[in-house]
Design a protein around this ligand. Structure first.
Ligand code: MCA
Ligand code: AMP
Length: 517
């Protein structure tokens, strides 16, 4: 059987000199390539030694992870691949209701959390049938590393097929609960190999890694990019605009969501001289304002390369790296667009009638290709709804493709707010709000925000005779939900605007509150 495991491909790209630095952290620590190899082997051996009964459907054990960002957390991801298990990353902001749902749905055999949340996470994990709960903290303490230190640093990576499940990424649903997008070793590796070529990764590249590592952007696009090129990473536990600018002379590549660019533009230390060593600035996960694109060019002399993707598909489109023949003569990077469908990606824009629209006309974006996921974890009906009969995935994004092939996203048919690169589903927040005392109904809408791009605000209709306080309602929401999901304001009103069909007219609310930040 052909040996196919994403980890093996990443490992094969490590430089010959395993003692050279692979990662330098903002705390002054250096990890060599040998460290990454040995540590992933030890943790993979630990995982494989655990007493986990095989599942009846043949799916390998899931490893659910909710820990602060650290190099060891990245090593745990790589070790999970190496062991042949399935990685399930969870946003550190998630609270008990969210975690309870994820572990209940994914039924992980192993859960890793930080020591400070061990009490409540382990209870939920064991209740959901997990066999092992380990701790891992961002200061290299915790039971995971203690246990792994007793295992050998030699390990033969599990043999995988391209279609074998590698990771499950939960994305919230427009209605009801979150869905786990199943990504295979083949999805992830094909996308990473393609991006290595398309973005012109070259010897000597150094990546500044400042994104969280529980979503596609920081976990896959950034980490796979650097590892597959044998490139060093300058690792930051948390994004700090001053630190990133300080590190630019030692680096060549940076990836960020638009908020990170907006925050760096507010720093006087951002100058052409400071950014002179940089080769490539990439933006994605949320729309980059043309204003930010232009200002970045003026302030640094660099043109941000904007790309577009999803958890379900990994990267779909990208502006070109270079306009020349080596990169297909596609043209320049255009602000306000997300560029061209990437090699191997089929992208079409469907009109209301279900027919493809003519070039330049707006419609729903549908995609197919090697990075597109196989379906939602244990939700065959949801999966069937999201794919067309001929196998295209309906992204829920609305856009157009012009004569030259550039794709522009103009909106979303899904009711979704993207705030600082995080997705917030109004339906989920409204569901929680409507359960609070005194609330009859509510509507959550996204409005423009100078820092986060977009944020949610809530409009609440009280039950007859009751007068809930907006701020108090938000405080109650905070107790159960990730903080980035909490609406930034809450207005108490007499009624919601509705059309003749009785449907809430969210567009009117968006219009009314659009200038508030
Ligand atoms: C923090 N807060 C937020 C957000 N982040 N509110 C709305 N949206 C947010 N994104 C809240 C905090 O909880 C806090 O609330 C208050 O805002 C101020 O927090 P602050 O200290 O400013 O936040 P921060 O810690 O500096 O974080 C901001 C951030 C972070 C660095 C922009 O949100 C971030 O790292 N975003 C990147 C997300 C990302 O990687 N997305 C990729 C998804 P309070 O004061 O009430 O506690 S992958 C993806 O989308 C696809 C596949 C793709 O194409 O890449
Ligand atoms: P997620 O569910 O976190 O994978 O978010 C995917 C969504 O992020 C996409 O469906 C788009 O709506 C949005 N997105 C990602 N990149 C961009 C971009 N460059 N411009 C506009 N929207 C984007």
């Amino acid at each position: 059987m052909k040996h196919y495991n994403l980890f093996t491909a990443l490992r094969a790209a490590f430089p010959a000199d395993l003692n050279s630095p692979a990662i330098e952290t903002d705390e002054g620590l250096t990890y060599s390539w040998r460290d990454l190899d040995r540590a992933t082997a030890m943790i993979a051996n630990l995982l494989q030694s655990l007493d986990i009964p095989p599942s009846s459907d043949g799916v390998p054990p899931r490893v659910a992870v909710q820990v602060e960002k650290s190099v060891e957390a990245m090593i745990l991801y790589l070790a999970t691949l190496r062991a042949g298990f399935v990685f399930l990353p969870l946003n550190t902001a998630y609270q008990s209701a969210e975690i309870e749902y994820f572990v209940g749905n994914a039924e992980p055999a192993v859960v890793v959390c930080s020591s400070k949340s061990f009490n409540w996470v382990s209870k939920l994990a064991f209740k959901a049938g997990a066999r092992h709960v380990f701790t891992l903290n961002d200061d290299r303490t915790g039971s995971l590393l203690e246990r792994a230190s007793h295992f050998s640093d030699q390990q033969a990576p599990a043999v995988k097929q391209p279609g074998d499940l590698a990771a499950i990424l939960y994305t919230s649903g427009t209605t009801g609960r979150s869905k786990g997008a199943m990504l295979s070793h083949g999805n992830l590796l094909s996308n990473a190999l393609m991006l290595k070529e398309y973005w012109g990764w070259q010897p000597g590249d150094v990546l500044i890694h400042a994104l969280p590592i529980f979503h596609v952007h920081g976990l896959f696009v950034a980490i796979h990019g650097a590892l597959l090129n044998g490139s060093k990473m300058l690792w930051m536990g948390k994004f700090d605009p001053k630190r990133v600018i300080e590190e630019m002379p030692r680096a060549t590549v940076f990836m960020g969501v638009p908020t990170l660019y907006v925050r760096m533009l507010a720093e006087t230390s951002l100058t052409p001289a400071q950014a002179a060593n940089m080769r490539l600035f990439i933006s994605g996960s949320a729309p980059l304002l043309l204003e930010t694109f232009n200002e970045w060019r003026e302030r640094t002399g660099h043109t941000i390369l904007e790309r577009y993707g999803m958890s379900e598909t990994i990267m779909l489109t990208s502006n070109p790296y270079l306009p020349d023949a080596r990169f297909g003569n596609q043209g320049e990077r255009r602000g306000g667009t997300v560029g061209f469908p990437l090699p191997g990606v089929q992208l079409r824009v469907q009109g209301e009638s279900g027919e493809p629209t003519p070039k330049g006309e707006i419609g729903g974006i549908q995609v197919a290709g090697p990075g597109v996921f196989s379906g939602y974890w244990r939700m065959p009906e949801k999966t069937a709804e999201e794919f067309t009969p001929d196998g295209f995935f309906k992204t829920g994004d609305v856009g157009l493709q012009d004569e030259r092939g550039y794709v522009t996203i103009v909106g979303r048919s899904k009711d979704l707010i993207i705030s600082g690169g995080y997705n917030v589903y109004p339906a989920e927040i409204e569901g929680y709000l409507n359960e609070l005392p005194g609330v009859a109904e509510s509507a959550v809408v996204g409005v423009p925000h100078p820092d986060f791009g977009e944020v949610g605000i809530a409009v609440v209709i009280p039950k007859p005779g009751q007068q809930p306080d907006g701020e108090a309602l938000l405080t109650q929401l905070k107790a159960g939900l990730a903080n980035f999901k909490i609406p930034k304001r809450c207005f108490i009103e007499a009624e919601l605007p509705r059309n003749t069909m009785g449907k809430v007219q969210k567009n009117l609310l968006r219009e009314r509150f659009k200038g508030m930040f």
